[in-house]
Design a protein around this ligand. Sequence first.
Ligand code: 9MR
Length: 372
Amino acid sequence: MVIQRSLLVGALGLCALLATPAAAMAAPGPAEGGGSSQQRDSLRALGANIGLRIGTAVNTDQLGSNAAYADITAGQFSTVTPENVMKWQLVEPAQGTYDWAAADRLVAFAEANHQLVRGHTLVWHSQLPDWLTASAPSMSPDQLREILRKHVTDEVTHFKGKIWQWDVVNEAFNDDGTLRNSIWLQKLGPGYIADAFRWAHQADPQAKLFYNDYNIEYTGPKSNAVYALVKNLQAQGVPIDGVGFQTHLDTRYPLPDLRNNLQRFADLGLDVAETEVDVRTTLPVTATEQSAQVAAYSQTLQACMAVKQCISYTVWGFGDAYSWVPGVFQGEGAASIYDENLQPKPEYYALQQDLELATGAPHRSGVGAGRG
Ligand code: 9MR
């Protein structure tokens, strides 16, 4: 089913030049929004006008080998999220042997380009190292808790002072609002969530600590369960600063009431962020489907802009050639804001236009400070 949506025809008419100067790769350079004249209409510069960070997940293989990819990463975005290289499977491939190299390179890239880093992700049921998957079932709860504590502590300590927001716990709930039956829940009980936040806070008291999940953009059992969890954590004095709304959308489903959901979490005194935005559709893409994608991107950004405590808007990669979608959803794709050849799509221009239209709105600096 294709959902009817209003079309953002105006956005398609915009043809602002892409700003991808090589200068953006080198330090010293402009701060949050970039500063050179070529960059004035980049997403990061336009976001900076209103104090909103615009981010992307980064494929570090491409970053190291594809100059056009690196130019866009540097020129368009003011925060980066490692798509994979901070996950447990990659940082501790053998027990006790850490490999931080790829993640360190991304952090250095971010520093050189005046970008902040979203750390992703410390506690998850997926992308665990093989040694852990094999040995966890036979461990005692105390043994497994100690392994989790060490992982969280070692990783947060390694990146101490370099991470703006950490996704401390990722995807702990099922869509029906029950807790996911992960190895963590099975062995440690629901208290593993509070423990993880406490350990992360001990290791880096300055980092903003987030709970992150998908399908919580909609009001319903899952977002209600996360809301109850967060209130409960706050009541216990657990150091949680924010909630990340992944925002993986599909044109086959209705748009979420995202603004309301962002606002009700923000009203708890939290920061909120859209952390993994993409909008997939069936291939080949029809004009109607692409209009729906453009509208979805636009509405997700507008929802963030409408909530003062929404401190960053991050797309889950920016090029259709590198998207996770076709590998997981058969027959779907085209979910990103740049095409297979790294050319900006109408989705890109819609975001750019929304940010341009917001220029002059009150700056968000000083809001959303969260707990600290
Ligand atoms: O984009 C990531 C892909 O390269 C990995 O193969 C996959 C493994 O599960 O994880 C993808 O990223 C996920 C993110 O870490 C958490 N939310 C859902 C994302 C898309 O699956």
